[in-house]
Write a protein that binds this ligand. Sequence first.
Ligand code: GDP
Ligand code: MG
Length: 440
Amino acid sequence: LSDRLEAVLGGLKSRGKLTEEQVDATLREIRLALLEADVNFKVVKTFVARVRERAVGTEVSGALNPGQQVTKIVHEELVRILGEQSAPLDLGSASPAVIMLAGLQGSGKTTAAGKLAAQLKKKGRTPLLAACDLQRPAAVDQLKVLGERAGVAVHAPEAGGDPSADPVAVARSSIDEARRLGAGVVIVDTAGRTNVDDAMMQQASDIREAVEPAETLFVIDAMIGQEAVTVAKAFQEAVDFTGVILSKLDGDARGGAALSVAEVTGRPIKFASVGEKLEEFEAFHPDRMAGRILGMGDVMTLIEKAEEAYTAEQAADLETKLSEDSFTLEDFLEQFQQIRKMGPLQNVLGMLPGVGKQLEDADVDESQLKRVEAIIQSMTRHERHRPDVLNARRKRRIAAGSGRTVQEVNELLKSYEQMRKMMKQMAGGRGGQEQALKQL
Ligand code: GDP
Ligand code: MG
């Protein structure tokens, strides 16, 4: 994590809306972090612009400083692009279901084919591996070795790769072979070249048409860097893949390719290949990846901790007030403002012993909040602390000052009084809490 980014994140807490300067100061560092992770520079540009638009003017939560707030938005946006959740395989209903792998040579297709086979077998399926990379004889042997290790049958042309054999025909015959063997899934390994070229793309596209895969997975090396965009686009055009396998994620690469590919293709990354062994294969985790790309997994933890600590602090504060019976109209207002900002009244109350889920669904009407705010803001400090001094004259003044009616002022005082009583009961132990909740 760069010192400069750390400096941005170490700033003072502040309230109010994020200014352009605050947002830009953090985004300058984020931009560098993304480029360092080898995210494609064009992707960095659109990404940063999008975050900027979203961030400027948003409210800083009391728990964070502006740098942390912007970073949180960046992280959320990254996770959104990388996929909210890890996307599982979707094998459809056809039998056998076909999974086809495509990608550059050396990207990790054959390895991933073996890993997928092993994983499916562990899940009780019967996969068949189809060797459709006939470019190099060694490729067929490599798949056979992996198949043997995984305990999965391999369908290949006769005797170690006849150079005249047709990969499309092999793919097609693997379907019949699967039926004969009673295999429910066929995993088709294909050839790649070191560079995108027309012949390879045509072959991949032909195989795809021949076997109509339920899933076509594009395998890409996490270390590919800037080129990720061109390569991913070319494969998307040729085979219109349904998902991505990010390979060699066990290396040093920060994995900016993940963001590049997800952003330009809109396809979910389904798996991460994290080693040469069969079992070094896992579901892709967008939030972990977001932290890795930013080079700041620990920063996100810190931000979460800051938020938790703040919420705990508020809960403790509230609890003290309850037990001292000093819950004033100012506190009441603050709680309402909190709700308007991000809804933590529920969180805060939820942290009090014995109060939980019941409050999570409580709906809050926005216009009502504005009314409450206006009325309380029209009171003097003394009145907020000692609402019993509010006589008819004062109420008329407050009503006029806030543009509301005296009746509305009375209603607010009534709900404040109810909330105060309720909180007093809550502070009075379990029985009190239950009673209070019944009144809600
Ligand atoms: P293909 O040409 O796309 O079929 O790529 P291969 O599956 O043959 O993989 C190319 C090389 O990368 C091989 O030496 C693999 O052992 C290695 N490899 C593949 N996936 C991974 C991975 O996730 N981590 C590491 N460290 N090596 C991998
Ligand atoms: Mg291969």
